[in-house]
Design a protein around this ligand. Structure first.
Ligand code: ZN
Length: 469
């Protein structure tokens, strides 16, 4: 028996039959992502049910020099959880909520708990957990933390990085770091948890976390506002932020073509306004209330009088508010029906969003006449999903063949405007070239130093983020 075979047998013994998938069909759902950009291979999918089992598995891998690719709900978009040999370690069976402390506003949950279940459990305890994203029905909190997920509440509550108070991590040598502190203040040296948050499983495996909860909002107001240009929408954002800063949870933007795609292709999605407009802002306030709806109406009314917006609708029920969000959330799904799309997840300073979208749109249209730029995303965070749909009638593969070319153009522009080439999706495999292109030598050197110090054998999620450069 070879060393690798011996290690695999020991791993199988450690996790039992329930924790082991070794056949091709069984492994298949773990080997690719929804976008279909990557398809991996591995010797086995291993699904430990407890932290000690994860530790045992990683210890065996460390001795054998076997690669470990951690994976949560497999909803990533950049290939970070796609294996290239070794074993895939799925956290799906680490799915217990260990404790909710409503008095301390914290929840201790294992890595494999589905985000929607975390949100529901917080709600049941009379609190709220504000991380919210399109994939919340299947993504898992360990993956959310490992990738520092963003979503639609970042403006008010921050990204995943801001929502963790403590972590439990299995290190690349199999030791367990119990950092499950529940403190709001603990200023005692390096903040170790931040090393693992956003590291995409390259420095260790997050097995549990202490999450920050918040008082459950007593009142909520949601509105859709239409404007003739982005400068006006940005001014509206400033006004709402100024007057309702503490309760402004989200300020999302969509261009008209996004609304066209969503209403055309996704059942049940409607445009609630009578006429068509170039840009839309989706605004949500939440807080202690009451009267958030009235407050929002006052701000929007004044903005209308000043010519900043052309029309608006304020939801009068929870169902109507969900309708408005559905319009925004249906865009990625709708875009699939328009042929190939080349995607970007950029950020620029909030004040530069209108300039970025104008310049980027003109640039890609010059490059390929007929290309359709769908700009939407989190205006309040300066994070735009600048997704390009192919010209009508063009060959899909020919268009997708231009992926790198357009990425380069769009990312160069974002970086030129003091931006980021990956605002919330991470690096994975997809953006490694960009990492090397845009990060300074000092930054890359610091990243490599951390990687080699924590994972000297290079077994944790090899070939991702900075590994190998
Ligand atoms: Zn987003």
């Amino acid at each position: 028996m070879s060393g690798a075979d011996k290690a695999l047998k020991a791993i199988r013994d450690a996790v039992g039959t329930k924790g082991w998938i070794g056949d091709g069909d069984g492994m298949e759902p773990y080997l690719g992502e929804e976008r279909g950009l990557y398809h991996g291979t591995c010797a086995a999918v291993v699904r430990p049910a407890a932290t000690e089992e994860v530790a045992k598995v990683v210890e065996i891998c460390s001795h054998a020099g076997l690669a470990v690719v951690p994976q949560g709900g497999n909803t990533g978009l950049v290939g970070g959880g796609v294996p290239d040999g070794g074993i895939l370690l799925s956290t799906v069976r680490l799915n217990r909520i260990r404790e909710i402390d409503a008095g301390n506003l914290t929840m201790t949950a294992e890595a494999g708990v589905v985000l929607a279940d975390i949100r529901a459990a917080a709600d049941e305890a009379g609190c709220s957990f504000p991380l919210s994203l399109g994939a919340e029905g299947s993504c898992r909190i360990g993956g959310n933390l490992a990738t520092n997920a963003g979503g639609s509440g970042v403006l008010r509550y921050g990204a995943a990085r801001d929502l963790a108070l403590g972590l439990e991590v299995v290190l690349p040598d199999g030791r367990v770091w119990d950092g499950l502190g529940r403190l709001r203040k603990d200023n005692t040296g390096y903040d170790l948890k931040q090393l693992f948050i956003g590291a995409e499983g390259t420095l260790g495996i997050i097995t549990a976390a202490v999450l920050k909860l918040f008082p459950r909002p007593q009142d909520r107001a949601t509105a859709l506002a239409a404007a003739t240009n982005l400068e006006k929408l940005l001014e509206l954002f400033s006004r709402v932020h100024e007057s309702r800063g503490g309760s402004l949870v989200a300020f999302e933007v969509m261009s008209r073509i996004c609304v066209d795609f969503a209403t055309e292709h996704v059942a049940g999605v409607i445009d609630p306004l009578r006429a068509k407009y170039p840009y839309y802002g989706l605004i949500e306030l939440a807080g202690s209330g009451p009267g958030l709806g009235d407050a929002l109406e006052t701000v929007l009314g004044a903005a209308f009088d000043d010519g900043l917006l052309d029309d608006a609708v304020i939801a009068t029920s929870g169902a109507q508010a969900r309708q408005l969000w559905r319009l925004r959330e249906a865009i990625p799904e709708a875009q699939k029906h328009e042929g190939g799309s080349i995607k970007h997840d950029i950020a620029v300073p909030v004040s530069k969003v209108p300039e970025f979208i104008a310049r980027a749109t003109a640039m890609v249209e010059r490059e390929l006449p007929g290309i359709r730029a769908c700009a939407f995303g989190h205006l309040g965070d300066g994070n735009i999903h600048f997704n390009l749909s192919q010209p009508v009638g063009m060959d899909k593969q020919a268009f997708l063949g231009k992926w790198r070319h357009f990425n380069r153009l769009v990312h160069d522009l974002a970086m030129d405007m003091e931006g980021s080439f990956s605002a919330e999706h991470g690096i994975g495999k997809l953006k490694r070239e960009d990492l090397v292109r845009y990060k300074s030598e000092v930054e890359l050197d610091l990243m490599r130093t951390l990687k080699t110090a924590l994972d000297p054998k290079g077994i944790m999620n090899p070939g991702k983020v900075v590994d190998g450069f």
